[in-house]
Design a protein around this ligand. Sequence first.
Ligand code: FDA
Length: 496
Amino acid sequence: PAKANVPALVIGTGYGGAVAALRLAQAGVDVHMVEMGMAWDTPGPDGKIFCTTTSPDHRSYWLRTKTKAPLNYFLGFPIDRDISRYTGILDAEEFGGITVYQGRGVGGGSLVNGGMAVTPKRQHFASVLPSVNPDEMYDVYYPRANAGLGVGLIDPAWFESTACYQYSRVGRKHAQRSGFPWTFVPDVYDWDYMKQEAAGTAPKSALAGEILYGNNHGKKSLQKTYLAQARATGRVTISPLHRVTSVTPAGGAYTVTMEQLDTSGNVVAVKQVTANRVFFAAGSVGTSKLLVKLKATGALPGLNDEVGKGWGDNGNVMCGRANHLWDPTGKLQSTIPCSGIDNWDAGGAFAEVAPLPTGIETYASFYLSITRNPYRAQFTWNAAAGKVELNWQTAWKQPSITMAKTIFDKINSKEGTIYRTDLFGVYKIWGDHLTYHPLGGAVLNKATDNYGRLHGHPGLYVIDGALIPGNTTVNPFVTITALAERNIERIIATDL
Ligand code: FDA
């Protein structure tokens, strides 16, 4: 059968893919986006598109028969439950030493993440992307990304008064009493909408435990920002439930092979498209897995030896602290974190004060720390098993734990409190088995040139978190977006 021909094909619809699609379309290029997850635009039988964190159903996980909650115990009891296998929104992808959480669907990670939209401190940027000129990033591309994403700050007066951020205020009090800098964290959640939720004048989302499995209201996911703008150009088509499996050279262009999936994950059709240019935006893990396989199997023989290298977990580690009875954190907790503790320069940790939206008073303070973990892992092709593996070791989290302890040991000693030991297992303090922030695997200026052009195959680009070598010092998506804005501007100006 004749193959369709498209000028530009984008694999994945997360931050990098959405930026590429919008800017290419605005430049007059027709774009075909291919997304393995669902469209997430149709309500289920309960009238809602997304399920809540407290009542996960089939919509919650990508092709699992049991949930795999990041925080999988409570009071020492496992909380995971059986679900039916479905192309749900959150993928808990298991490698040997780490579970990597990722969004699946049109919008990628923006569907499931906390929306925390943090620009790294400028003095740290050289450690994030050493080959990129910081002036252009901080003058042009970070502002462009923040505007495109709709980033905003909580109203500080409302923060002081609302019940749903008592947990953050307790976090601030404890941080400040131990002498740590505490800061508000910007977010893409619509803060005015959250005020209406609190006032009872709008349907609740952040105040109804919605986050990990999608927000029905209030969060400005990519579906509402970059992708809405991209669609409005009339030049962008999106194929959900299509998973790219191969990209091979075809006479100056590329043949892209994809599997169409049903909602049980079965392959119902295999299709091919010819594309003049292909943008890998399948996320750090998705892009790395494709490139490592395609290089090893000879489909893209020109890729260099940097492909698959430089992967990091952004130093993610979680923990909880048990507060005294006079320090309740509140039974109503907004799922959207809005503050953090900054001990990066002194101790290598930036800790977000995170919610435990259980609906009951837990007397717990919960934190996701981003740390300066030095370890980098590599993806490799296991030909016998026919799959890509990652050599991350669980023990490599130890530096992250040590860095997080520079904050929480001090707070515990000042407050006379202890760590919670019931949130990640039976007597286990640290959530050291996971990351929300996979980064690297096709690092800028190594696997690609300094603008994301893959070495060895003109017309192939990487434009997502795979470009970033393992750490952004803060939450990553603003940096992923800003770097994509920078790179696509150059690619449009010089390659098209
Ligand atoms: P992203 O992962 O967003 O998109 C890749 C897309 O490609 C996905 O939709 C995927 O389904 C698709 N895909 C993969 N392989 C494919 C294939 N072979 N064929 C077709 N499609 C394919 N960050 C932050 O800055 N602030 C925060 O608050 C949070 N919080 C947070 C919470 C949770 C639970 C998670 C899982 C993640 C976060 N993050 C975050 C991280 C953030 O979401 C993440 O860094 C970005 O989404 C990565 O953007 P990318 O464009 O690299 O890929």
